[in-house]
Design a protein around this ligand. Structure first.
Ligand code: PSV
Ligand code: MN
Length: 410
């Protein structure tokens, strides 16, 4: 603890010298909320197989327990995002799920419909050429809105997995009209205080065309739908080389950035731990968000993780990801924006970049540790907190091994 105090005092002195209001930065870090993906605490994997972790969550109740444990270690993850297909209850009643989450100190976050797991979706869901499939999709949307009401959830995260595999397979403009009709049905079914987040992805499960393949199509649909529709950016849903922070800046400026699915990728939708492969990207994304907030641009962003922990322990992978988010956000908050503005105005390219890198290279851990102390956490290191807390031993002793979570139909 003494070591922490010394490091924290030194960092405060350094930041204050650079004109940074440390209390304001701490307040931002304390107010940050990251939604936990229920589906990531269980065993997931790749299409080639799943390595089974002893004690991994199987039921929605297990997932709530695991997310509550993650929140105990981190203090900024009080909400669990759900996926209707994977979090379903035996009787379709979700009020007990909400009650159990509340008992554990959690709220339910963004609800994700599932229009990709069933056999009926071979040719897509709302974009399918088959009217009966589109009808089933609409019925699913109505059910999702009902579940949202039962869970007291105000956000729907829609990933449209539809697309085609071959040139000539379907009429592309007709698919665009079906897409809009399907989304409009969902949007209109939602309550006035609910927000629709529309996620895009360039390919997979279809490989020739994807109906919502990029932020442009998502943005177009959201604009046509109305104010309560916003773009959801999953970091893994970009082709290599795409500049995601530029997309973020554009969406922020248009008032259409609704939320994130955080993860890290090298090639495609790799779903790796955030901040491992490319820490600079997440830093630059937060830089854009902090810039917008500082400049008075209204933001209402839902932050979620969407990852698949294949070889690492899922709970530890999630905790580590959130720690990396905090690091990136803290660094973005301590950029000397005044000096940066001056060097940009002077067209001093080198100094402008250097100023960005100075914040990126600053060790912000003492600041984040201080935030954890002030949040009342029992340990300043969330990973050590988890490893010494006994939850892993408990779930290994009490849950059966081998049951898989994802895949299959609803
Ligand atoms: C699709 O790859 C996706 O990113 C969507 O958000 C799904 O809901 C999620 O992954 C499933 O993990
Ligand atoms: Mn996603």
């Amino acid at each position: 603890m003494k070591q922490h105090q010394e490091r924290y005092t030194l960092l405060c002195e350094h930041l204050t010298r650079r004109g940074i209001d440390v209390d304001a930065v701490k307040a931002k870090l304390k107010a940050q909320v990251i939604e936990l993906p229920s589906w990531a605490v269980g065993n997931s994997g790749t299409r080639y197989g799943t390595f089974v972790d002893k004690g991994a969550a199987v039921t929605v109740w297990d997932r709530i327990d695991d997310c509550a444990e993650i929140q105990r270690c981190l203090g900024i993850t009080p909400r669990m995002a759900t996926h209707v297909c994977w979090d379903k209850t035996d009787d379709g009643n979700y009020i007990p799920v909400k009650q159990y989450a509340e008992e554990k100190g959690l709220q339910l976050g963004t609800l994700h419909p599932n229009t990709f797991s069933g056999q009926e979706f071979r040719f897509g869901s709302m974009c399918s050429p088959l009217e009966d499939v589109r009808e089933q999709t609409r019925a699913h949307f109505e059910d999702c809105v009902r579940i949202c009401r039962e869970l007291d959830c105000k956000t729907i995260g829609m990933w449209v997995a539809d697309g085609t595999n071959y040139p000539g397979q379907d009429h592309l403009r007709e698919r665009k009209h079906r897409l809009y009709d399907g989304l409009k049905y969902l949007y209109d079914a939602m309550d006035e205080d609910m927000t629709l987040l529309l996620e895009y992805k360039p390919f997979e499960p279809f490989f020739y065309t994807t109906d919502v393949s990029d932020w442009g199509i998502s943005h177009l649909m959201c604009t046509k739908l109305g104010e309560r529709a916003k773009v959801l950016v999953d970091l893994g849903h970009h082709l290599p080389g795409v500049n995601v922070e530029h997309i973020i800046a554009t969406l922020l400026d248009e008032g259409r950035l609704g939320g994130f699915h955080f993860n890290n990728h090298k090639y495609a939708d790799d779903d790796l731990i955030l901040g491992t492969v490319n820490p600079m990207e997440i830093y630059m994304i937060f830089k854009e968000i902090v810039d917008a907030e500082t400049e008075g641009i209204p933001t209402a962003i839902t932050y979620m993780l969407d990852q698949s922990h294949n070889i690492e322990n899922s709970i530890e992978g999630i905790i580590y990801s959130v720690m990396n988010i905090q690091t990136a956000y803290a660094k973005a908050l301590i950029i000397d924006r005044h000096a940066l503005k001056e060097s940009q105005t002077a067209h001093d390219t080198i100094m402008s970049n250097k100023l960005l890198m100075e914040a990126f290279e600053t060790d912000v851990q003492p600041l984040i540790e201080q935030v954890r102390i002030e949040l009342g956490l029992s340990c300043i290191n969330p990973l050590l907190n988890y490893r010494s807390g006994g939850h892993q031993a408990h779930i290994e002793a009490t849950r059966g091994a081998g049951a898989l979570t994802l895949g299959g139909g609803c």
